[in-house]
Write a protein that binds this ligand. Structure first.
Ligand code: FMN
Length: 213
């Protein structure tokens, strides 16, 4: 089952020749809606690439939890490896690969933290166990044993047996406002279709370029 019901997004366009699209967000909505129907799990999973202070790239999967004309949102721990890298260099790349559709969407842009209200609202939608886990995990720090983690979880769970779990201060979200969005669709014999939307500023107008595969 795809748990994407809580994702905030805009209405999709209907499919046609995607290379005729005039702007990227409606096309993304279109492709994402199709991925929700056809992917066996996590159609909202995306690779998130950041760079560390030495310029060494880093990459891991995260779940997209919202998108609109302002950008693509994910949530995590502020002190995690990715959180520290984004604090040093607030730029990132994202990659969706929907195998069932043979499609790829590649995004590069500028990263800003979401507001506290936005993070609180999303955190409140998470299952209680996941909320407890967010308090118990020191994400990206060495963990001595699984038992130590389970002890930490039990301690937090005891604290919130009756009451609601508030959002931990070290847990929040980020929004990637795109400067580039490339749509790639498999065609036979590796003669794939690629179009890239580009703009110089996050509030600028898009231009579109078709590219050799
Ligand atoms: C499909 C998938 C989705 C994931 N989604 C998230 C997510 O939304 N947030 C998160 O913090 N970690 C998520 N993870 C775990 C991350 O890939 C990563 O292990 C973790 O965030 C620590 O990364 P870091 O040490 O680079 O900060 C996900 C992993 C997978 C495989």
């Amino acid at each position: 089952m795809n748990d994407t019901t809580s994702i905030k997004h805009q209405a999709p366009l209907t499919s046609g020749d995607f290379t005729a699209a005039e702007e990227p967000f409606a096309l993304f909505a279109d492709w994402f809606a199709e991925a929700v129907k056809s992917e066996p799990n996590d159609p909202n999973a995306m690779g998130l690439a950041t760079v560390d202070a030495d310029g060494l790239p880093d990459l891991r999967m995260v779940l997209m939890k919202g998108y609109d004309a302002d950008g693509f949102v994910f949530y995590s721990h502020i002190a995690s490896q990715k959180g520290r890298e984004l604090a040093t260099n607030p730029k990132a790349a994202l990659l969706f690969h929907w195998k069932s559709l043979r499609r790829q969407v590649r995004i590069r842009g500028i990263v800003t933290p979401v507001t506290d209200d936005e993070a609180d609202a999303y955190f409140a939608t998470r299952p209680k166990q996941a909320q407890i886990g967010a308090w118990a995990s020191k994400q990206s720090q060495p963990l001595e044993s699984r038992f130590a983690f389970e002890q930490a979880i039990a301690k937090v769970a005891a604290r919130y047996v009756i009451s609601e779990v508030p959002r931990p201060p070290g847990w929040s979200g980020w929004r990637i406002a795109p400067l580039r969005i490339e749509f790639w669709h498999d065609r036979p014999f590796r003669l794939h279709d690629r179009i890239e939307f580009r703009r110089d500023t996050t509030d600028g107008a898009w231009s579109k370029v078709r590219m050799y595969p």
